[in-house]
Ligand binder design. Structure first.
Ligand SMILES: NC(=O)c1ccc[n+]([C@@H]2O[C@H](COP(=O)([O-])OP(=O)(O)OC[C@H]3O[C@@H](n4cnc5c(N)ncnc54)[C@H](OP(=O)(O)O)[C@@H]3O)[C@@H](O)[C@H]2O)c1
Length: 208
């Protein structure tokens, strides 16, 4: 058995400047040493769709106790309107980008550390227009279940599945009360970081 991690961890939050990610940074910062990474914003930058960019990020920040991803883009649109390029970009960004974060990060995370990725309820609760997003989200969840079986040195791998976020619905002109506030969604990431589960999909609604 490895020694347990200290209660204060070095945590990298990819997408840490976004709606969910900034709430995660706020939730974790009082206790942990958090670095917020954006695409064009944040303390450091990365492009999930570019594996070499992920390697450059890891070279700059290694070692870490945990990597949280609150990022990943996928195309929303009617099945008959989505192009092959829409699917390819969705797969290379939200799915393979997060897969690369784990594959390229296994040497970066300390013994007993963790990865927490992001999917979304559209993996299990699809709607018209969500074919590419549902595909990608389900792929992330399947990857996490399998990767957790092989991650070395007691490293854990989980994924948070957020519902619609209240702030996002508000920005879209929809009723925010149909969603969960980002601060409540952030609790699922904290649970994944500080808990001992692995290979799990954490439904943020159940942990809020
Ligand atoms: N919001 C929701 O209602 C909701 C619900 C379910 C699932 N999700 C999922 O949760 C994740 C975060 O959603 P959000 O609403 O918080 O997004 P958001 O507010 O748009 O923030 C996205 C974050 O990711 C970064 N980012 C954008 N493109 C990137 C790239 N190519 N490589 C690395 N980082 C990149 C952004 O950085 P910059 O600001 O520098 O561009 C920002 O920090 C997404 O995967 C989304 O599908 C969201």
């Amino acid at each position: 058995m490895h020694e347990p991690l200290s209660s204060t961890m070095d945590v990298l939050v990819v997408g840490g400047t976004g709606t969910i990610g900034s709430a995660v940074v706020d939730t974790l910062s009082p206790r942990h040493d958090v670095t917020a990474v954006g695409h064009t914003s944040g303390e450091l930058q990365v492009d999930l769709a570019d594996p070499e960019s992920i390697d450059r990020l890891y070279d700059a920040v290694a070692p870490q106790d945990a990597v949280l991803s609150c990022a990943g883009e996928a195309a929303f649109g009617e099945l008959l309107e989505l192009t092959t390029d829409d699917f390819s970009r969705s797969l290379s960004n939200k799915l393979m980008g997060q897969v690369h974060l784990v594959r390229h990060g296994l040497d970066v995370v300390r013994d007993g550390g963790s990865f927490t990725l992001t999917s979304g309820v559209l993996s299990q609760e699809p709607m018209p227009g969500s074919a590419a997003i549902s595909l990608v989200n389900a792929g992330v969840e399947g990857f996490v279940r399998a990767a957790a079986l092989e991650a070395p040195r007691d490293i854990r791998v989980n994924v948070v599945s957020p519902p619609w976020v209240a702030e996002t619905l508000d920005e879209m002109g929809e009723d925010p009360s149909d969603g969960l506030p980002a601060a409540a969604v952030a609790e699922a990431y904290r649970t994944s970081l500080e808990g001992d589960m692995t290979g799990e999909t954490l439904d943020a609604r159940a942990l809020a």
